[in-house]
Design a protein around this ligand. Structure first.
Ligand SMILES: CC(C)(COP(=O)(O)OP(=O)(O)OC[C@H]1O[C@@H](n2cnc3c(N)ncnc32)[C@H](O)[C@@H]1OP(=O)(O)O)[C@@H](O)C(=O)NCCC(=O)NCCS
Length: 155
């Protein structure tokens, strides 16, 4: 039997947050982010389901890229339940993400993963992704009062 890939719905929260915890390795209250992803016009949140069991999810965020003057999108999450991996579910989710991104008119779909994530890298390359660039990350403090309105070059 093949998994059904469909849009996420509110009752998928518990299963999706469990899968997200598996991916990032920590628990979090993801409810606000989940609601925003369900409702936001720039989000696609999809799941793979079989006989009522949620087996995986994928999340795409679309945005206007001023530099390129085009729509771009980031794949923010793709996780398949550990006991159901290697059965084509990741491929089915990514195929649907590519279909949705194409329908939105997106020029570039960005995907990133850890350098040693061989499963993900093989999946992406197998779907036609090329390896480009290097990703950097700056961890920011989100405490109120740390924000500044403007900066001068050289400060
Ligand atoms: C990456 C992930 C989503 C793949 O999902 P999946 O359902 O197992 O993938 P598929 O069964 O569709 O596999 C498609 C292809 O990807 C590659 N692949 C998948 N898992 C692999 C593994 N463990 N080792 C090597 N290649 C692998 C293979 O080329 C595979 O094709 P094949 O089975 O015909 O050889 C899944 O392993 C996962 O959820 N990992 C943890 C979360 C994660 O790392 N997500 C990506 C973060 S960016």
């Amino acid at each position: 039997m093949r998994a059904l890939v469909r849009e996420a719905k509110p009752t998928d929260y518990a299963a999706i947050t469990d899968l997200a915890t598996q991916l990032v390795g920590f628990q979090a209250d993801r409810e606000a982010a989940f609601d925003a992803a369900l409702r936001g016009p720039d989000h696609d949140l999809i799941v793979a389901e079989m006989e009522g069991d949620l087996l995986g999810f994928a999340h795409l965020l679309t945005y206007d890229d001023v530099t390129h003057g085009a729509l771009a999108a980031d794949l923010l999450g793709l996780v398949v339940r550990e006991d159901r991996r290697r059965q084509g579910i990741g491929t089915a989710l990514l195929r649907e993400i590519i279909r949705l991104a194409t329908k939105r008119g997106i020029g570039e779909l960005h995907i990133n993963t850890e350098p040693d994530n061989e499963a993900a890298k093989r999946l992406y390359v197998g779907m036609g992704a090329g390896m480009v660039g290097v990703q950097f990350e700056i961890e920011l403090s989100s405490e109120p009062g740390n924000e500044s309105g403007s900066v001068r070059a050289g400060d």
